[in-house]
Design a protein around this ligand. Structure first.
Ligand SMILES: Cc1ncc(COP(=O)(O)O)c(C=O)c1O
Length: 399
C-alpha cells in the first residue's frame, strides 16, 4: 500500500465530484451555447457551477471565467490585464516566488516591452506589503502576489496588499490555487480584482480552473473565437469539469469552515516536521505558523532531493522535491533561492503535502522511512550525519 504525500501536486478526484460530473459526461452532453433543450440542460449545469464558485469566494456569477486550470487563469490574468492597460502603463509588480505560470507569463510580457518588478521575500518566504507599496508607480497596471506558496506553504498578507493596491487604484491579481482548499476566500475582504483557482488541487478534476475578474476590470481574452464566458474565454465550455470543480470546492470549503480537518492536518504536519528535524542536518523551510495546514517542507544536508524522492517511492511513499512543474529540473528551486537558502542546500529539498486520506500511521511510517533513506543516501556518498544540526532555515521559532 502506498502513502501519498504530494497533494500540492494534485489530489485524487473525490467521489462526490465524480458523481456530480457523470451526468454531464453522459446524458447531458449538449453544447451550453445551443438554444435547444440539450443545450439548455448543459447551460443549466454550467450556470449552477458558476453560481456555486462565485458564492464560495463572495463574487458575482458574472465575475467567474472558467478556464482550463490554474496555469491558464494566471496567464489570462497577467496578459489579459496587461494588454488591456498597455496604453496607460507598462509596469507589473510580482514576487520572486510565484508559480511558473505567473513568472513565465511575466517574462513573456517583459520581452514585449513591459517592465516587471520581482519583489524579494524574507527567509520565511514572506512578501513585505511595504515593498509592494514602494514598488508601485503611476505606470503600474497590475500587482500579482500568490496567496500561498506551492513549495513551502507560506501564506502572504493578502488583505494588507489588497488594501494598498486598492488605495493606489492598481488591479490586484492573486494566485489562490494552493490556498483555495484551505483558506476561506472573500474577494471583497481581500480587495482583489482577479483570483485564480484550479480544480485538481482541491479534489476536483484536472483541466478545469476559474478566474475571478471583478466587474469593471478591463481584460482582453487569450483565446479568440466564440463569445463564451462573456467574451473573455472563447471555446465550448468544459461543463462536466466546471460541475466537478464546483462540487469539490463546496466540500473543501465546508471542511475549511469547520476547522476540524484543518486542525487534524496541522497536527499531522507538526508531527512530521518534529520527527524529521530530529535528524541532524534537516531544517524546515517556510514560515512556522503562517503556512498551509498540510504543507511540510525542509532541506536536508548531504543528499539530492530527487534521490530521496526516488528512494521513498521504492518504499511506497510518494513525495516531491518541490513543485511538480520543476521536477526533473536540475536547477535548485527559485523559491528556496529567493528565500536566501544557498544553492547547494536547496538541492536537498523535500516537500511532504498531506491530504484527507493521510493518517497518524502514515506520518510515523514516513518519518521512519525518510530517516532511514537519508542515512543510506548519505552513507552512499560518504557523507555521514553533519556534526551539528544547522539552525532552522526559518527565522521563526523552529520545532
Ligand atoms: C500556485 C500554483 N499556481 C498555478 C498552478 C497551475 O495550476 P494547474 O496545474 O491547474 O495549471 C499550480 C500548480 O502546481 C500552483 O501550485
Amino acid at each position: 500500500m502506498s502513502i501519498y504525500l504530494d497533494h500540492a501536486s494534485t489530489t485524487p478526484l473525490r467521489r462526490e465530484a465524480l458523481e456530480a460530473m457523470l451526468p454531464y459526461l453522459s446524458e447531458h452532453w449538449g453544447n451550453p451555447s445551443s438554444i435547444h433543450r440539450s443545450g439548455r440542460r448543459a447551460r443549466q449545469g454550467l450556470d449552477e457551477a458558476r453560481e456555486t464558485v462565485a458564492t464560495l469566494i463572495r463574487a458575482k456569477p458574472r465575475e467567474i471565467v472558467f478556464t482550463s486550470g490554474g496555469t491558464e487563469s494566471d496567464n489570462l490574468a497577467l496578459s489579459g490585464v496587461a494588454w488591456a492597460a498597455s496604453a496607460r502603463g507598462r509596469h507589473i509588480v510580482t514576487t520572486a516566488i510565484e508559480h511558473k505560470a505567473v513568472l513565465q507569463e511575466s517574462a513573456l510580457l517583459g520581452r514585449h516591452g513591459f517592465e516587471v518588478t520581482y519583489l524579494p521575500v524574507n527567509r520565511d518566504g514572506l512578501v513585505d506589503p511595504e515593498a509592494v507599496a514602494a514598488a508601485i508607480t503611476d505606470r503600474t497596471i497590475l500587482v500579482s502576489v500568490m496567496a500561498a506558496n506551492n513549495e513551502v506553504g507560506t501564506i502572504q498578507p493578502i488583505a494588507e496588499i489588497g488594501s494598498i493596491c486598492r488605495s493606489r487604484r492598481v488591479p490586484f491579481h492573486v494566485d489562490a490555487v494552493q490556498a483555495a482548499p484551505f483558506l476561506p476566500i472573500d474577494v471583497n475582504a481581500w480587495q482583489v480584482d482577479l483570483l485564480s483557482i484550479s480544480g485538481h488541487k482541491l479534489y476536483g478534476p484536472k483541466g478545469i480552473g476559474a478566474l475571478f475578474v471583478r466587474q469593471g476590470t478591463s481584460m482582453v481574452p487569450l483565446l479568440q473565437g466564440g463569445a463564451q464566458e462573456r467574451q473573455r474565454r472563447a471555446g465550448t465550455e468544459n461543463v462536466a469539469g466546471a460541475v466537478g470543480l464546483a462540487a469539490a470546492y463546496t466540500l473543501a470549503a465546508e471542511e475549511t469552515t469547520h476547522a476540524a480537518e484543518t486542525d487534524r492536518l496541522i497536527g499531522l504536519r507538526e508531527a512530521l516536521l518534529q520527527g524529521l528535524v530530529a535528524t541532524p542536518g534537516v531544517a524546515r523551510t517556510g514560515h512556522a505558523t503562517l503556512r498551509l495546514p498540510n504543507s511540510a517542507s525542509m532541506v536536508i544536508e548531504g543528499i539530492e532531493g530527487g534521490d530521496l524522492v526516488a528512494a521513498l517511492d521504492l518504499e511506497g511513499i510518494e513525495t516531491s522535491t518541490g513543485s511538480a512543474c520543476t521536477t526533473g529540473s536540475v536547477e535548485p528551486s527559485h523559491v528556496l533561492l529567493a528565500m536566501g537558502i544557498e544553492a547547494e542546500r536547496a538541492r536537498g529539498s523535500l516537500r511532504l503535502t498531506l491530504g484527507r486520506e493521510n493518517t497518524a500511521a502514515d506520518v510515523a511510517t514516513t518519518i521512519e522511512a525518510v530517516t532511514r533513506c537519508v542515512a543510506r543516501l548519505r552513507a552512499a556518498v560518504g557523507k555521514g550525519e553533519p556534526a551539528q544540526a544547522p539552525a532552522a532555515m526559518s527565522g521563526a521559532p523552529s520545532v
